[in-house]
Design a protein around this ligand. Structure first.
Ligand code: AHR
Length: 337
């Protein structure tokens, strides 16, 4: 995953010129990218090969739509494939894009590890790679930049939202937390857990994580795992779901168990999808830390800059907000996903 150390030690992409500065000022400029895979892109349409993780969540549906719409708006030819949350499908898609000699490859990696070989193949073919949404553990010289969120900060923000929820009248003093984790080995699952734990360990000895398991970022996963949690741990009174969809699935199981989501079991999740907001207006989710999926416009701008030979920061972060259930009704009409 991207880290401050990686930024500060990152090398050039495919013989590129790299300006390395402070964390925020750090930028990369790819001369190989400027040349494109077939000797220049200024006079021709850019072709982007994009490998999407899958269609596991409402967030992902919004992200896919954003990428398709913004490619059209930017007059970029998009080759799109859905990996169905399988790394082997993403690796195959990237290899196909390399053999098709696209100008640039972008993907949202399902997990953080196992990308070195295929990224080296793209580099050897002089095709720049722009990561979006999720990061990888590979050498940062193998990709140009990441356009996406700070997942560790999202985990911290979720913990701070839980502090606020637990400060409301009637909240429990004994805090028995269940965690529905995202896809095992994925950047958001790893980093959100880390961020949440950081705040819990530093400030909340009274918070006990009594159960934690992956629900694979899906509604059905959240439903199944929460049902098992409730049987094994009837003392659970807080749920931290790594995304809204798992929280929404869990609500079904909580209600089926005769408990009231948002009251008997307080729920904090991450994303801020339309359905998550509706659940907040119903008092079933107590708070959401936003993770913005509308990355398409920034991604297309970044691709144009990279292929034009310009410099881009090593990490282009997304701006996001925090919402308590009390804010949801006013915010809902303005939500874009
Ligand atoms: O990588 C972003 C995460 O992936 C979103 O939080 C989740 O909903 C999606 O599946």
């Amino acid at each position: 995953m991207l880290s401050r150390r990686n930024f500060l030690t990152s090398a050039a992409f495919a013989g590129a010129t790299v300006a390395v500065g402070t964390l925020d000022g750090c930028s990369k400029k790819s001369t190989a990218a400027a040349a494109g895979s077939s000797g220049g892109t200024s006079a021709k349409t850019i072709t982007l090969g994009f490998s999407q993780v899958g269609s596991e969540s409402g967030w992902r549906a919004a992200n896919t739509q954003s990428i398709k719409d913004s490619a059209t708006a930017a007059a970029i030819t998009l080759k799109f494939s859905d990996a169905e949350q399988k790394q082997e499908n993403q690796i195959q898609a990237i290899r196909d894009y390399i053999s098709q000699k696209v100008d640039v490859i972008s993907f949202s990696p399902v997990v953080t590890t196992g990308w070195d070989t295929v990224l080296k193949e793209a580099k050897a073919a002089k095709i720049p790679v722009v990561l979006t949404d999720r990061s990888v553990d590979s050498d940062p010289s193998l990709f140009v930049t990441l356009v996406g969120s700070d997942f560790e900060a999202e985990g911290e923000r979720a913990a701070h939202l839980l502090e606020k929820v637990l400060a409301l009248p009637g909240a429990p003093k004994t805090v028995n937390i269940a965690v529905l984790e995202g896809t095992t080995g994925s950047a958001p699952a790893i980093d959100r857990a880390k961020g949440f734990k950081k705040i819990a360990d530093a400030s909340h000895p009274e918070w006990k994580i009594v159960a934690s398991q992956t629900g694979d970022f899906t509604r059905d996963g959240g439903k199944q795992v929460m049902a098992a949690f409730l049987t094994a741990h009837p003392e659970i009174n807080v749920l931290f779901a790594h995304n809204d969809d798992m929280g929404l699935g869990a609500i079904t199981s909580i209600e089926a168990a005769g408990k009231k989501p948002g009251t008997d079991i307080l729920i904090v999740s991450i994303d801020g999808t339309h359905d998550g907001f509706v659940a907040m207006t119903q008092g079933k989710i107590n708070a959401i830390a936003e993770c913005n999926p509308l990355l398409g416009p920034q991604l297309m701008d970044t691709i144009k800059t990279v292929l034009g030979g310009g410099s881009v920061p090593a990490w282009i972060k997304t701006k996001e907000g925090d919402f308590m259930a009390a804010d949801a009704a006013a915010a809902l009409p303005n939500r874009k996903y």
